[in-house]
Design a protein around this ligand. Structure first.
Ligand code: PMT
Length: 422
């Protein structure tokens, strides 16, 4: 298990030495990163001696790998199972909350897709300050795990909360988060994202508002849990994690073909893409000239989700999405049955602060056993809840299949005879 330990500039930086030891006792391979401020409190030499590896202190360090150079912070960020920042100063929390990356620790944290654990340590007033608490809330909503500081006598002489949690407590959280990073090891998750584009002529197309954010949140969360991700995207603007095997498509027909080609390997499919139900029958070869009226003849696209359900292995779990502007729950329930999927996430896309294009979403996860409300939250948090529900979705689908099988084995006369003998 590969653990990145980021050390920032607070008096508690010396405790990073003990944290490295605790993590190693838990079986971790540790790579330490330090900010320039941290070097004022503890030397890189101490942490290098303990971790058995040179400490990374600058984003400008280059590593030669064979005949090419690797960008160190990207490489280690991608390889890690979990990253911990301890101690994390108020300044580092602020930088992380705003996506700033001006040292080795914050730059690596921004590039990492693994779980991130933060153990803050600072003066009690800095800790209680509204700005620090707001930054904390932002990071928490993004799925960052915190090991809360303890109360007691602080280095500044004051008494209150702000003291770094004990290294053994931090190590426990980090090792638990790393366990999380293996939760989906062996799963191959096939995800679709973005809105398809159906050409009208070489310069125009029919499209929809899906940005691909929901799909990418699912992909990043599945990756952070150790799954292999096959990612089919029609989105143009949302960057795709390099850890996904990704396929770019434009039209529904291209998405259909890519999905069926990758389906045999998938253990779970999440259809977060907004697929155009229709395409233009006769796409003009040249740009159509402006006329007073224009009539486009549309033909139905394949229902990709139905075909996925039809061609999947029985062990592959299929989760559809339903984007609705009214009667969200009823439509979701109808699609759960009509599309014969294992679950549907029905989301209301009529608002401006959730659904299409924005970072938040909300809705109802409908399985064959229960209906689980997912309150408005960051898309990463919705993705976490959807992935965590996989075992429940599978149990409900298996139970449904078992009952269907029992029913089909019972001929009408069986009912009669069982009624007589019981
Ligand atoms: O991408 P974002 O901006 O982050 O927005 C996320 C989202 C709102 C697009 C996402 O959460 C979502 O709801 N995706 C499904 C959108 C949709 O097409 O819903 P639908 O109710 O029209 O289709 C139902 C299901 O059938 C979907 O899983 C869809 O992928 C699938 N479908 C639809 C049509 C078609 N021809 N083939 C399909 O497979």
């Amino acid at each position: 298990m590969k653990v990145l330990v980021g050390v920032t500039g607070g008096i508690a930086a010396y405790k990073a030495a003990e944290l490295v030891r605790e993590l190693q006792r838990g079986g971790a391979e540790v790579q330490v990163l330090m900010t320039p401020a941290a070097e004022k409190f503890i030397t890189p030499l101490t942490l290098a001696a303990l971790s058995g590896k040179p400490v990374l202190t600058s984003v400008w360090q280059e590593t030669a790998v064979g005949d090419r150079f690797e960008i160190e912070h990207i490489q280690i960020a991608q390889d890690a199972d979990v990253m911990v920042i301890a101690p994390a100063t108020a300044n580092t929390l602020a930088k992380l909350a705003h996506g700033l990356a001006d040292d080795m620790v914050t730059t690596t944290a921004l590039a990492a897709t693994c779980p991130l654990v933060i153990a803050p340590a600072m003066n009690v007033h800095m800790w209680r300050h509204a700005a620090t608490q707001a930054n904390l809330a932002v990071l928490q909503e993004r799925g960052v795990r915190f090991v809360a500081p303890e109360s007691g006598e602080l280095a500044c002489g004051m008494v209150g909360e702000g003291r770094l949690a004990e290294p053994v407590t931090i190590a426990e959280s980090v090792l638990a988060a790393a366990g999380h990073s293996q939760q989906m090891a062996g799963e191959v998750v096939l995800i679709t994202a973005g809105g398809t584009r159906e050409p009208i002529d070489p310069v125009r197309f029919l499209a929809n508002r899906s940005s691909g954010r929901m799909g990418m949140a699912l992909a990043e969360e599945a990756l952070s849990r150790g799954a292999e991700v096959l990612y089919i995207t029609a989105a143009k603007d949302v960057p795709v994690s390099p850890r996904c095997r990704s396929f770019r498509v434009n039209t529904a027909q291209e998405m259909h073909a890519a999905l069926l080609a990758e389906l045999p390997r998938a253990t779970a499919v999440f259809m977060a893409a907004a697929v155009s139900d229709y395409r233009v029958e006769a796409v003009a070869e040249q740009k159509r000239k402006k006329t007073e009226r224009m009539t486009l003849e549309l033909v139905a696209n394949p229902d990709i989700l139905r075909d996925v359900v039809q061609h999947r292995k029985p062990s592959t779990t299929v989760i559809g999405f339903a984007a609705e502007t009214e009667r969200v729950l009823e439509e979701g329930r109808r699609k759960l049955v009509s599309k014969a999927v294992d679950a549907i996430f029905a989301n209301d896309v009529s608002g401006v602060d959730s659904g299409f294009e924005v970072d938040r979403n909300a809705g109802m996860l409908l399985t064959h056993a229960e209906e689980i409300p997912l309150a408005a939250a960051n898309k990463r948090s919705i993705a976490q809840q959807l992935l965590s529900a996989l075992p429940a979705i599978r149990n409900a689908a298996n139970a449904k299949t078992w009952w269907a099988h029992q029913d089909s084995n019972l001929e009408p006369k069986d009912y009669e005879s069982s009624a007589l003998t019981d």
